[in-house]
Write a protein that binds this ligand. Structure first.
Ligand SMILES: CC(C)(COP(=O)(O)OP(=O)(O)OC[C@H]1O[C@@H](n2cnc3c(N)ncnc32)[C@H](O)[C@@H]1OP(=O)(O)O)[C@@H](O)C(=O)NCCC(=O)NCCS
Length: 185
């Protein structure tokens, strides 16, 4: 996948170490918007730390594990997605997502996540796609619901962020549910 179209003017493609300067600028612009939900948005404060983080995903991907993508709209980096966990041995993967404030409300993440789920299930024969978020993240929960996920439960105090141990909601979609939803059964 060099590039996957999400809309007439937006695309999903690999976010790689050579994109570090662009990604660091994006984080700097959006830190107040992303920081309440994503620990890396507080931790990555310059090009060097951002490149190291992207390199860790590149290394993971080379080993068959997690991977990270960017979303570009009209040529500008406006968001991204990742497989934070990617475990073919167990048939499961976890998707994470983010958008700059102004790029919200266009369905970009729903369409990117659908493509990622389709790839996991159809190409990689995964059985379970997971989505984790804090209970107060209503926009994230709305995406999980839009994707047809079910709420498995809550991991109490499992997510330390900015000095607070937040609860984490776990949502998931199974391959059988995806196939029933897309009419492939
Ligand atoms: C979570 C987050 C990615 C959700 O972004 P989002 O824009 O709400 O999600 P989508 O891109 O799927 O867009 C859905 C919205 O676009 C609208 N939309 C327009 N066209 C659409 C389409 N073709 N398909 C689906 N939705 C569409 C939907 O109605 C919805 O709008 P609404 O919220 O006003 O009802 C974003 O709020 C974010 O980055 N937050 C900060 C970081 C974060 O919390 N990350 C997740 C941590 S768990």
């Amino acid at each position: 996948m060099l590039s996957y179209p999400l809309s007439a003017n937006a695309e999903l493609r690999a976010l790689e170490p050579w994109n570090a300067a662009e990604f660091a600028e994006f984080i700097e612009r959006e830190r107040d918007h992303l920081g309440p939900w994503l620990p890396w948005a507080l931790r990555l404060t310059d090009e060097e730390s951002t490149r190291a983080w992207l390199q860790s995903y590149a290394d993971d991907q080379a080993g068959g594990g997690g991977r990270i993508y960017g979303i570009w709209m009209d040529g500008e980096l406006v968001g991204g997605t990742l497989f934070r966990v990617f475990e073919p041995r167990f048939g499961s993967a976890e998707i994470g997502v983010w958008l700059g404030e102004a790029a919200q409300g266009r369905g970009l993440i729903t369409s990117a996540a659908k493509r990622m789920i389709e790839w996991c299930i159809e190409d990689r024969k995964m059985n379970r796609i997971e989505w984790r978020c804090v209970p107060t993240n209503k926009r994230s929960i709305a995406v999980a619901m839009r994707l047809g996920m079910s709420r498995d439960g809550v991991l109490r105090g499992a997510f330390p962020l900015d000095g607070v141990n937040h609860d984490v909601e776990v949502w998931s979609l199974l391959a059988s549910e995806w196939r029933a939803k897309t009419g492939q059964d």
